[in-house]
Structures are given as structure tokens and as C-alpha cells.
Design a protein around this ligand. Structure first.
Ligand SMILES: [Zn+2]
Length: 133
């Protein structure tokens, strides 16, 4: 299953990654089939090599999604210093197998790289990102 993004979503995500730089940024992409909303999250680890979505904030957002009927389609985080692929700890801590993982690399800040993956039972599958124009 690929990751489809409504117009402007990828730009919002990249902008957030730049704002958080040099720390990792993170957030959620929600919608139904198509990601129509980006929800920025705080990185509780405030680290440039690691992230953890602020737990209380995450619980509140997941609760809101039950009301709004939106699905969690993807978890985004940035790699300020690394490539756009999952790290060992990303693979270990992929707690939401139904969600895609969108990674923004800012190794070259003026040329952000993005890639999306599914991580299922410790295995990584790259998927396509479809941006609706
Ligand atoms: Zn990572």
C-alpha cells in the first residue's frame, strides 16, 4: 500500500522538519485513504538522532481521531544527520504496523529527501509517496 498525500501536506512536513532542525521532528499524517491533515508532535527526546512522540500529546491525538473518524496513515519523523531510511531503533520501535513511516532527511538542508516505508515484524518495505497536485 502506498502513501497518498493531499496537496500541501508534504510541504508542511518538510517545513516542520526544518523548524525542528538540528533535532528530529515528528508528527502524524491522518485522513481516510488520502492523508489530508498533518499533526505536528513534540519530540520528547529532544535529540538529533532519536525521537519519541510526546506520550500525553499522542494519546490525546489518537483519542481525537476516534471521534473525527480519521485514520492514522503515517508517522513522520526527520533525520537531521542521516539518510531517509529507517534506523535500527526506528525498526525496533515501529509500534503501529498499520501506519506508514515517512522520513525526511536533512543531510542537505536545502535539498530535503523524503521516503516512505512499511515496517512489519522487523522488516522494512519501501513504498511510493503519491503527492496529489
Ligand atoms: Zn529515525
Amino acid at each position: 500500500m502506498n502513501l497518498s498525500l493531499a496537496p500541501g501536506i508534504l510541504e508542511q512536513v518538510i517545513e516542520h522538519a526544518k523548524t525542528c532542525h538540528p533535532q528530529e521532528g515528528c508528527g502524524l499524517l491522518v485522513g481516510s485513504q488520502l492523508a489530508t491533515r498533518f499533526i505536528p508532535m513534540d519530540n520528547a527526546r529532544a535529540s538529533s538522532t532519536d525521537y519519541e512522540m510526546e506520550p500525553a500529546q499522542l494519546i490525546a491525538v489518537l483519542r481525537d481521531l476516534r471521534t473525527s473518524g480519521e485514520a492514522l496513515l503515517a508517522i513522520y519523523h526527520s533525520h537531521p544527520l542521516g539518510p531517509a531510511k529507517p534506523s535500527e531503533s526506528d525498526i525496533e520501535r515501529a509500534y503501529y504496523p498499520e501506519a506508514a513511516h515517512l522520513i525526511v532527511s536533512l543531510v542537505e538542508p536545502e535539498r530535503p529527501r523524503t521516503a516512505a516505508f512499511r515496517i512489519i515484524d522487523g522488516k522494512v518495505y519501501e513504498i511510493e509517496i503519491h503527492v496529489i497536485l
